[in-house]
Design a protein around this ligand. Sequence first.
Ligand code: HEC
Length: 234
Amino acid sequence: MSLRSFILGLSACFGFPWLMVVVVPFLKMRDIEPIPLVDDTGETIGVFNPKRTGRIADGSKIYAENGCYLCHTQVVRPTYAGNDLQRPDWGGLKTDEGDTRRETNAFDFQGESFAHIGVARLGPDLSNVGRRVESLYAKGTDPEMWLYSFLYNPRAEAERRRSFCPSFAFLFKETKVTGARSEKALPGVGSETTQILPGPDAEALVSYLLSLKKDQEVPAPLNFAPVKTAAAAP
Ligand code: HEC
């Protein structure tokens, strides 16, 4: 084989896949417009682009490190695969004020380095846990504090006595109280002279959990909400 045909062959071997894998997709996709959010009157009111950065992104790593995904999913299944949308709280919230329930779609994970879709459903789906904590569980108290207390001891509330969500007490630290108790001290735990404070990992994890509100409005082609099916029914 001459050097010339070797170089030509080598360029073809690498050049052709490069064209197909890099250049062609780039040319085809560079002009894709972000999906617009359209209101009822057909007017564009923004762009559907969920963002998860900063402490929320750090919290996502803590979520992965502690294996939350082994028991918790983050996929509100379509009705053909499960009854998630029939629940009043997993896919969003169904209350007297309205109904934000919808299925999860691929855009819900945009901007996340990991899509924690989960391995098994031993615990509740967490796609909208931020929404549930704020509206249902915290009952007018600080939602962050509710989550701290839950992660410290998931079995503290009477109705959760039999919860097998593991305690993540190691994400908290016990310190001596000098002067007044810290505002961040967990209520009802610690002793006369000590207080339990969330560590940096607990703070990041709770920011992440509170950010989980994947029931925002999505463009019509992505919206598989129960109301849509209800409207189609006679
Ligand atoms: C061994 C399985 C398991 C693991 C691992 C696990 N959980 Fe849980 N979790 C559960 C179960 C079961 C429940 C439901 C019982 C209850 O209400 O506490 C639950 C409930 C919860 C709830 C309350 C949700 C609701 O709507 O009632 C939150 C929040 C939560 N877990 C967060 C976490 C986080 C964060 C992690 C990782 C740091 C984690 N869990 C790891 C099993 C698990």
